[in-house]
Design a protein around this ligand. Structure first.
Ligand code: IMP
Ligand code: MG
Length: 178
């Protein structure tokens, strides 16, 4: 275990099982449909890579990169789009792939933004959901694992761009960020 991690919340095996289960559900739900997974960079790239390999049938991918506007301490609810979709989504059933759902403000904004692009349908898949932290209700069709309110890193999740390479999801030692 990395010395900056105080607890492993989800092991590699537990994450893999959750991703497999989600992939199976998505495969069944989107059978015969034109599916486009849209990962929100950077945090979701590890999850996305594993998830598409658990989906049977045709699937395409695209990526968006966003950051919050203004002071980082308080999420304003407005996100800046740093990288937009490459293609049109009108012919696709779009599934937004997110690493972790916290306040819900990012996904609320992105859902509205993508909705205006007129996809055939629009749903959200998140690997992690922080229980009780949502400031706005977010209708998330696929949720991998429920987690407590702690600062988590690993499996794509970072603190100051570090720890994305850890194969597990762990709780970061608070003394790293205070
Ligand atoms: P929300 O708009 O508050 O739901 O923010 C979600 C985004 O904040 C995620 O996509 C992550 O990039 C980031 N985030 C939220 N909680 C954590 C965490 O515990 N560790 C790392 N990143 C997090
Ligand atoms: Mg993110």
């Amino acid at each position: 275990m990395h010395s900056d991690i105080v607890e492993i919340l989800f092991t590699e095996d537990e994450i893999a099982a959750a991703v497999r289960e989600m992939g199976a559900r998505i495969s069944a739900d989107y059978k015969g449909k034109k599916l486009l997974l849209v990962a929100i960079l950077k945090g979701s790239f590890v999850f996305m890579a594993d998830l598409i390999r658990c989906i049977e049938g045709d699937v395409e991918v695209d990526f968006m990169a966003v950051s919050s506007y203004g002071a980082e301490a308080k999420h304003s609810g407005v996100v800046r789009i740093n990288k937009d979709l490459e293609g049109l989504v009108e012919n696709y059933h779009v599934l937004l792939v997110e690493d972790i759902l916290d306040s819900g403000l990012t996904l609320t904004y992105l859902r509205k933004y993508l909705r205006s692009r007129n996809p055939q349908s629009l749903e959200i898949a998140t690997l992690l959901l922080k229980e009780g932290k949502q400031e706005v209700p977010v209708d998330c069709k696929y949720v991998g694992l429920l987690c407590p309110d702690a600062f988590l890193v690993g499996y794509g999740l970072d603190y100051a761009e570090r720890y994305r390479n850890l194969p597990y999801v762990g709780v970061l030692d608070p003394k790293i960020y205070v």
